[in-house]
Design a protein around this ligand. Structure first.
Ligand code: B12
Ligand code: SF4
Length: 478
């Protein structure tokens, strides 16, 4: 059963958004290899199912290009990965596929479709939605469709049967991640991602060494669903790194994309020791971690193993806001970890948010003061947006996520918000006010950090001149 897996394009692929000045430039997201689809494709290949991946974002394809590709390739099954930011184009592809009426079946998966399943199945042209980690659920669905057995027997699949939503609930996790084949990077023009990944690292390959997160921050869907943390074995991770280097010599560094790379300290010690022992520490890498509970021994070993940067989600300098979003970090501890990270020779990157429940002028001021005293190597600030499956979405529900688009932003796009995703509006603030707050804070820190980071920024400028110019222009003039 020939299967095509698609990363849908951003909203600028749809009229009337494509004729809006600036929108395409503004939605210049870092384009990463779609690990989820890569894993699914690898499992299908292992079971001798013919599969292709079409990443419309990295290829810069519009809806018509995708439809033409589908006609030419003629898959029976079309699997689409969904983020809220791209749900509009995902639904448009499904609509066009159903309109053409060639008997193709459309399956959605990913962090948007999982939560918005009722709306998508009742009002849009989606045949099936996979709830959870899709590798084996999707495989089982394909097998059922192939053999003509009823989809009701497949656990983890949701569909609409004559107006009723059917869901045979099942296990949503892949328990033993070492069982999975490595993502099918070869099914894409993988080198294109190395150019696109405009990160601090040059030519970085993204790897996932663990899945899940035991925390439950109010703005994030990861911890709510994938609450069971599972780590791959160090041996398995090293084997993937070697496999990537063998197959794609253009790779010069790695990005560990796990929600929380350092959750299991013992595992990180072992990964780092193995990286050093195999000589892979000549490849720099970065990761994400909670800003808590890291010690000097671990950080020094991470540094020796090639870690150049750790991203920390701090979110707020107000303990009340942290409590409101269930962040469960201690600001004093965060300061200790931040200082220790820098002392170990690793860059410490902090993320902050503006607009969480209970936010006020006073809490924003507190967060700015805290950020100044924290002295991270770099930082980035975001306006809080509401995603399905989160506690914020319960506080500010949407009637139809697919229809949501903030029209003023289409005409005048911002880098601090995505136009297709609603903003959480705490009492006393609206979207435009929050955007102005974040823009002001980013400008403040740009000037404050200019002397300290001048040399680093110049070097980044020469590596990514166009991206740097675009970024600076946005920071200074938004
Ligand atoms: C790596 C990452 C990125 C990377 C790369 C994205 C990519 N192309 O893979 C970068 C940095 C580019 C990125 C950017 C953004 N990201 Co991001 N990102 C992640 C992160 C940390 C890991 C994604 C991943 O690889 N997961 C591992 C794989 C195995 O899981 P998966 O992709 O979910 O796929 C599995 C299942 O969902 C399912 N599945 C998925 N698709 C499909 C399709 C079919 C047909 C089937 C059957 C199953 C299926 O099966 C897969 C295998 O098990 C996640 C958090 C997370 N833990 O997932 C956030 C996350 C996906 N990102 C998020 C967001 C908001 C964004 C941005 C919009 C942020 C922004 N404001 O700029 C942008 C949008 C980018 C874009 N171009 O559209 C949110 C999405 C929430 C939502 N409802 O949309 C997440 C969930 C973070 C969070 N918890 O809030 N991101
Ligand atoms: S924000 Fe990070 S720590 Fe919080 S639930 Fe999401 S992944 Fe976990």
């Amino acid at each position: 059963m020939k299967t095509l897996l698609i990363v849908p394009p951003d909203v600028s692929a749809i009229e009337p958004f494509s004729s809006s000045p600036g929108i395409k430039g503004q939605l210049k997201f870092i384009k990463g290899f779609p690990l989820g689809l890569g894993y699914i494709a690898a499992v299908l290949e292992k079971h001798n199912i013919e599969v292709e991946i079409l990443d419309a974002q990295v290829k810069g394809l519009g809806i018509e290009d995708i439809i033409k590709y589908i006609e030419k390739s003629s898959p029976k099954i079309i699997g689409i990965t969904t983020l809220t930011a791209n749900i509009k184009t995902a639904v448009e592809i499904a609509r066009r596929v159903r309109l053409a009426d060639k008997g193709r079946i459309t399956v959605f998966g990913g962090p948007h479709a999982m939560y918005d399943y009722e709306n998508l199945l009742n009002h849009y042209a989606v045949d099936f939605i996979v709830y959870g980690e899709g590798e084996f659920i999707f495989l089982n669905l394909l097998k059922a469709l192939e053999s003509g057995s009823p989809p009701a027997q497949v656990k983890g699949v949701i569909y609409n049967e004559n107006g009723s939503i059917r869901w045979n609930k099942g296990e949503i996790f892949v328990d033993d991640l070492d069982r999975l084949p490595f993502p099918a990077r070869g099914l894409t023009d993988f080198n294109a991602y190395l150019k696109h990944f405009t990160h601090n690292l040059s030519c970085a390959a993204q790897i996932l060494t663990s899945r899940g997160c035991p925390y439950k921050c109010a703005f994030c869907s990861s911890g709510n669903t994938f609450y069971k943390w599972r780590g791959r074995s160090p041996k398995n991770i090293i084997a993937e790194m070697k496999d990537i280097i063998d197959k794609f010599p253009g790779v010069k560094s790695f990005s560990f994309m796990d929600d929380n790379f350092t959750l299991d300290h013992q595992r990180v010690f072992e990964i780092c020791r193995l990286i050093i022992r195999t000589g892979l520490n000549k490849y720099p890498w970065d990761c994400l971690s909670r800003c808590a509970n890291l010690n000097e021994d671990l950080l020094l070993l991470m540094k020796e193993a090639g870690c150049i940067r750790i991203h920390y989600g701090i979110e707020s300098g107000s303990t009340q806001i942290l409590e409101n979003i269930s962040k469960r970090i201690d600001l004093g501890e965060a300061k200790r970890v931040m200082a220790l990270t820098k002392k170990s020779g690793i860059e410490a990157y902090a993320f902050f948010m503006v607009g969480n429940p209970g936010e006020s002028d006073a809490s924003i001021k507190k967060t700015v003061e805290y950020a100044v005293s924290l002295k991270p190597t770099y930082m980035n600030w975001f306006v809080t947006q509401v995603y399905p499956g989160t506690r914020l979405a319960e506080l500010q529900p949407q009637r139809d996520w697919v229809k949501y688009v903030y029209e003023p932003e289409i005409k005048n796009p911002s880098i601090y918000t995505h136009p297709c995703v609603p903003v959480f509006s705490p009492e006393g603030f609206d979207r435009e006010m929050l955007k102005r707050e974040v823009a002001g804070i980013m400008r403040l820190f740009f000037w404050l950090y200019l002397p300290r980071n001048f040399r680093k920024w110049i070097s980044k400028f020469f590596r990514h001149p166009l991206y740097s110019l675009w970024y600076i222009k946005n920071i200074l003039f938004q």
